[in-house]
Design a protein around this ligand. Structure first.
Ligand code: ZN
Length: 246
């Protein structure tokens, strides 16, 4: 997840460079800053907006290779898309192209930010569009030129949106519990003894350098493994335990 912060333009200033507060928040409009100067990163663009941009332009977010900065709440109708419709319905995201930045990383960060906005504002991936979509401007320039294709960019967003697939069914898998280390063999032996005699488990001692761990036989299913792990903790047999796949 890209790191995010706000550097919000004052309401007074915002009123001067937007069409007001009724953004329909239907689209995310993707831009590039076209400013390749060294140092023209997200912070520089956020400062520009904060200090009162002299151009008739405004945008909600700027993203570079290390962070995303928000300048306007999404309800403002920023002047970014070049058309009334695009401004009234779009959340404008500028990707920095400063020559001392990593453009590919900036694009990844933009994808990560957009995945978050889609979720927060309940916008569909189909409504992530280029500035070009509204006004025909060649923006975002490098993406349109295929440096990273638009299709890839959308895939990046989607893959960040979707939670990682779950591990295979855990109830049929086998697990062991391994304790942290004991400094003497005797300490490990007394734990082993309790596991074997009181709990009725299979268990072993494993030497690791000059230290010792106790390792159980296998438990089937994560539920069983967790309950065994709890038993070890309740009996205070180990300060640290690990459930590992057998
Ligand atoms: Zn643009």
């Amino acid at each position: 997840m890209v790191s995010i912060r706000q550097k919000l333009v004052s309401a007074n200033q915002a009123a001067k460079v937007t069409n007001g507060k009724n953004n329909a928040k239907k689209y995310i409009v993707v831009h590039e800053t076209d400013n390749t100067s060294a140092g023209a990163d997200a912070d520089a663009h956020a400062r520009l907006q904060l200090n009162g941009n002299s151009r008739d332009a405004s945008w909600h977010w700027q993203v570079d290779d290390h962070e995303a900065i928000q300048s306007f709440e999404h309800y403002w109708e920023c002047w970014g898309a070049g058309t009334y419709q695009g401004n009234a319905q779009g959340i404008q995201v500028e990707i920095c192209v400063n020559s001392d930045g990593d453009f590919k990383k900036a694009v990844e960060n933009a994808a990560s930010l957009i995945a978050k906005i889609l979720k927060d504002e309940n916008i569909a991936i189909q409504n992530v569009v280029q500035h070009h979509y509204f006004s025909g401007k060649n923006c975002p320039r490098n993406i349109r030129a295929g440096q990273i294709t638009w299709t890839n960019f959308l895939q990046m967003i989607t893959s960040m949106e979707t939670p990682k697939p779950e591990k295979p069914p855990t109830e049929s898998m086998k697990y062991r519990i391994v304790t942290g280390t004991y400094s003497t063999r005797n300490a490990a032996l007394s734990v082993l003894d309790i596991m074997q005699k009181r709990f009725g488990w299979v268990a072993y001692i494993e030497q690791e350098g000059t230290k010792y761990r106790v390792k159980t036989g296998t438990f089937t299913g994560l539920t069983a493994a967790k309950s065994a792990d709890n038993k070890i903790k309740t009996a205070k047999l180990a300060q640290v335990t690990y459930i590992i796949e057998a």
